[in-house]
Structure formats: structure tokens, C-alpha cells
Ligand binder design. Structure first.
Ligand code: GLU
Length: 479
């Protein structure tokens, strides 16, 4: 029997033993891109045969992460456990044709056999007369099993050194490589794109295909991801799962772009490619052979680029969704929120960075003692007095985000000449204002921040800070 292969059918087959990690996300993305590029189909199969570690929560997490990443599937999720009947049927068929047999040899028997025949010789068993024992697949003595890998080229495995491997236990429950091959066969998968940690499984899966009399799919084994230190990617390298990336404020489109470039693409990992462009260009055979490096710093940079390219409406809505999730969705003045977004759009690289930059517009200044000690000394009180007077003099009739005459321009016109007039550096003048209105030294541009906060609140915060700044005598006391 040979499955009709009309068009590309790929699958992503995660084992739900934990969250979806970046490596898994890249495998899913490559499959999805290959399917969309060819107008083919993307099947989702959940390899849940490890009954102890596969949990419904993990399955839900993986589906959620895929949906969030925008990787929609055309079929599934199909549970591998749910296909037990199909596996049993395939097993029956192989026993009937003699391609597989029951063998009651124990592990010790196999060891003894190898001691006799040589360690590099694959074990060959004898069918048990009473029909008990594990079920093994017959592996030919001659020839090679050849994986024609789209990425790695030809990889050859001599059959002689392969055991007649167990495909099902004595109770009939099937083993991993058998289940995968039967599923790929039944589902008409034409191309298997997966991590190259599975390359060593491939000859066994090919042997199962052969025994079933079905043409195997083509394989593309993608090199694993490493961290910037060259070690296998793990939690040590920062956010490791898709959920963590989401919580850290990355955008799905930026993740798709950056992750696609890990091992594939125009040769660097800084090229901005929209998802449409990725779909148009991606081919698994163009994935490189060496391991790629996931560097969160570069993802962060790319994410910042995506954030800057959004329209302000989209930006505000996206930031709002993120902030709501973090703050419990409390009411925030819309106009002020939109203006706050506008003044940080150039600055923030992740959604997570936005709220700390604009929270001063909705909450009293934070308490940052270090910032106070560093900035609120020397001329600070005098400077703040001058600033108050200048800001109070701004014509109220103008508009601005608070309809009180405070605009970026009017604030800038009022304050910009001050450092020169006082004979002080810009930092000595503007940092005290920043600390007065936000409590800390990190904020959007100072004119923008004052305009966003508005006349009443800015003047109140500056006045209150001025009164708290230690005078020269107090400073002398402290010295
Ligand atoms: N379930 C395997 C994994 O999560 C993938 C198997 C495959 O793609 O063939 O690593």
C-alpha cells in the first residue's frame, strides 16, 4: 500500500511533558512555515504516551502557546494515546506478515547473545514457540538504512548493527519509534521537520515504514539551539519557554521573525522579515547544518523594532492588554494612557518595559532612595524653585494632553534655556525634575514627561520635592 501524496503534509508532535520551549517553538514554526509556503497542511499531534509526565495542563499550555504565536494547525490536536487501536492493528499486520515476531528473550538473554556474536552485531531473536514475549521488528542483515535528510544530506546506518528492536511490550503496548512511524504513515505525513536529537530514531522509524510497505516521508533534522555561551539552550540563558517570553513582553511577530532566523535565512539574525515574507521564502532544505544561537538580547532588540513600527493605536491597545494583565485591569485615563504610550514608543524594547516608564502618570512617584541621594542635593532645591516658576508661567489657554496649556513644545520652550541661564549642566537641571515627578531617574524625555503629567500634578510634585530636598546646611551636617 502506498499513501497518495498530494501536497505537503507536515506535523508538529510535541511530548506534553512541560511548557513549549524555544527549540520546540522553532520546530513548530518551521513546520508551519513549510506548510503555509506550499499551501500544504499542518497537523498537530500530541505525543502523550508518557502517561506519568504528560498532563492535560501541559497540553493546554502548549496549545495556548502555539495559538499565541499565531501558529494555527489544520488538523488535530490528535492524541497519540487515542490511536492505540490503530497501533494494535499495525502490530497485528506486521506479525501476520512475519515482519515482526514475539520473542521471550530477557535482557540477560540478549546480552549473552551479544557476548557470543560480538557487541557491534545487532541482536537477532527467535520467535517464541508459545507466542509470548515482547514484539520485535525483523531487521535485515544486509544493506543500509539511509536517511536522505534535507538538511544533513545522506546519513547511512548499517542494518547489521541494528537489533531486531522491540516495537511493543509483552502486553501489547507499543513503543515510541513504532507509534511515531505508524502515526506518520496513517496521517500521510510527507515531510518530518524536527530537532536533530531525533536523527538516531530515524532508521528505526524507516524500518517500520518499510515493514508496513509504506513510502516514508522526507526528513529534515534541524540542529539544536545553543545559548550565547555555546552550551545547549536552557533556563540559564533567560526566558526559555514561550510563556516566559510572553510574560516578558515580547510580541509574537517579533518572536516568529527572530526564531525563524535561528539556523535559517539570509545569514544574520537581525533581518526584519514579516511573517508573509517568512512564508514566501522558507524552505526546510535551506536550514543550516550548524547549531544556532538563541540570544535574548537580539530578540529584545528586534522586539523593540517591531514595537516602534506599530501604529500608535495598535501600540496603545497592545500595551494596554499587557498592562491590564499585570495590574488587574484597573481603570486608567485613556487619553493620558495614549499620550504616555506615544512618548515611550521609541524607548521601550518590550511591553514589560512600558509600564514602569509611564506609571508615574497614574500613581504617585515611586520611592527610589538611591536616585534621591544622587540627584537631590546641591543646587537641586534652587533649580526646582526656578522650574516651578517657569512652568507656572506657561499660558494656560493652549491645549495639550491635559488641556492645560502643557504641551511638549510649551514645556520645552519654558525649560530649555534654564541650564544656560543658571550656568549648570543639563543633567543638574533636568534630573531633579525627573526625580521630583517620577521618583526615579529613568523616565521618558523630560519635556514629554512633564507635558504628559500636566500642570497641576507636575507643579504639586515639584513643590513637594523641593521642600524635601535637604538644604546646604543639612548636607553639611550629613558630611
Ligand atoms: N515528541 C517528540 C518530541 O517532543 C517529537 C517527535 C517527532 O517529531 O518525531 O521531542
Amino acid at each position: 500500500m502506498s499513501i497518495e501524496k498530494n501536497g505537503l503534509r507536515v506535523r508538529f508532535a510535541p511530548s506534553p511533558t512541560g511548557a513549549l520551549h524555544i527549540g520546540g517553538a522553532r520546530t513548530a514554526l518551521y513546520n508551519w512555515l513549510a506548510a503555509r509556503h506550499e499551501g500544504g497542511e499542518f497537523v498537530l499531534r500530541i505525543e502523550d504516551t508518557d502517561l506519568e509526565r504528560s498532563t492535560p495542563e501541559n497540553v493546554a499550555q502548549i496549545l495556548d502557546a502555539l495559538r499565541w504565536l499565531g501558529l494555527d494547525w489544520d488538523e488535530g490536536p490528535i492524541s497519540q494515546v487515542g490511536r492505540a487501536e490503530a497501533h494494535a492493528e499495525a502490530l497485528e499486520r506486521l506479525i501476520e506478515t512475519g515482519a515482526a515476531y514475539r520473542d521471550s528473550a530477557t535482557a540477560d538473554d540478549v546480552k549473552a547473545w551479544k557476548a557470543e556474536h560480538g557487541a557491534d552485531r545487532g541482536y537477532r531473536g527467535t520467535p517464541s514457540p508459545d507466542g509470548t514475549g515482547a514484539i520485535r521488528l525483523r531487521v535485515p542483515d544486509e544493506g543500509e538504512t539511509v536517511v536522505e535528510d534535507l538538511i544533513r544530506g545522506e546519513v547511512r546506518f548499517p542494518n547489521r548493527s541494528y537489533d531486531d528492536f522491540v516495537i511493543a511490550r509483552g502486553d501489547g503496548s507499543v513503543l515510541y519509534n513504532f507509534a511515531v512511524a505508524v502515526d506518520d504513515a496513517d496521517m500521510g505525513i510527507t515531510e518530518v521537520i524536527r530537532g536533530d536529537d531525533h536523527l538516531s530514531n530515524t532508521p528505526k522509524q524507516l524500518l517500520v515504514f518499510k515493514a508496513l510497505g509504506i513510502d516514508p516521508p522526507r526528513y529534515a533534522h534541524v540542529p539544536l539551539l545553543h545559548g550565547p555561551d555555546g552550551k545547549k539552550l536552557s533556563k540559564r540563558h533567560g526566558a526559555a519557554s514561550v510563556q516566559e517570553l510572553r510574560d516578558a513582553g515580547y510580541l509574537p511577530a517579533a518572536i516568529r521573525n527572530y526564531v525563524a532566523l535561528l539556523g535559517w535565512g539570509p545569514g544574520d539574525d537581525e533581518t526584519l522579515l514579516s511573517t508573509e515574507e517568512l512564508v514566501a521564502r522558507f524552505r526546510p532544505e535551506d536550514v543550516g547544518r550548524s547549531s544556532a544561537v538563541f540570544d535574548e538580547k537580539k530578540l529584545r532588540w528586534m522586539n523593540g523594532r517591531y514595537m516602534r513600527e506599530m501604529s500608535l493605536d495598535e501600540y496603545s491597545a497592545t500595551v494596554r492588554g499587557f498592562v491590564d494583565a499585570e495590574t488587574g485591569g484597573r481603570a486608567l485615563n485613556e487619553e493620558r494612557f495614549a499620550f504616555g504610550c506615544e512618548i515611550v514608543q521609541e524607548k521601550a524594547q518590550t511591553l514589560q518595559e512600558v509600564w514602569p516608564l509611564i506609571r508615574f502618570l497614574f500613581e504617585p512617584p515611586v520611592e527610589d532612595e538611591k536616585a534621591w541621594r544622587k540627584v537631590m542635593k546641591g543646587d537641586a532645591a534652587r533649580v526646582l524653585g526656578e522650574v516651578e516658576a517657569l512652568l507656572a508661567g506657561i499660558d494656560q489657554s493652549g491645549n495639550g494632553p491635559n488641556h492645560d496649556g502643557f504641551t511638549i513644545e510649551s514645556v520645552q520652550t519654558a525649560l530649555e534655556p534654564l541650564p544656560d541661564r543658571l550656568g549648570l549642566g543639563a543633567g543638574k537641571v533636568f534630573q531633579p525634575i525627573r526625580v521630583a515627578i517620577t521618583g526615579t531617574t529613568i523616565s521618558p524625555g523630560i519635556f514629554e514627561s512633564v507635558a504628559a503629567l500636566g500642570r497641576e500634578e507636575s507643579l504639586a510634585r515639584i513643590a513637594s520635592a523641593r521642600l524635601k530636598v535637604p538644604g546646604p546646611e543639612e548636607l553639611a551636617d550629613q558630611a
